[in-house]
Design a protein around this ligand. Sequence first.
Ligand code: HEM
Length: 109
Amino acid sequence: MTLRLYLAQRISAVVMLPLVLVHLGTILYAVDAGLTAAEILARTRGSLFWGLFYGLFVAAAAVHAAIGLRGVLGEWTPLKGRALDGAALLFGLVLAGLGARAVTAVVLA
Ligand code: HEM
């Protein structure tokens, strides 16, 4: 793995750490308050904060998981070189796309 990928995976993990904790805290709060899905969406829709929060989360997860999967595929499948990079990139783009769709559903009315 190149140094750039190595750093990108660790930096994305460090970025996700506080996001995971805030996300878990928010889940606990919402369950504790007995919020319905509609009540949760009423709070997140139109919120720049939650849009940026989950947008950053999705970007970090897509980068992190794609690089992690690249390592696993490189070790466990015959893929290497450009095929390996392409498979990991495709996976990362699919994750980013699905995540972006989820973020827009939560933030946009
Ligand atoms: C706060 C959240 C997370 C932290 C702190 C974290 C941290 C790490 C660390 C330290 C590694 C080991 C890297 C290495 O030794 O080369 C790793 C590997 C990996 N992570 Fe994460 N990670 C997080 C979330 C995620 C998420 C959400 C996914 C998937 C969507 C994911 C997928 C992977 C994969 C596929 C690997 C490679 C596993 C392997 O090489 O056997 N991680 N992560």
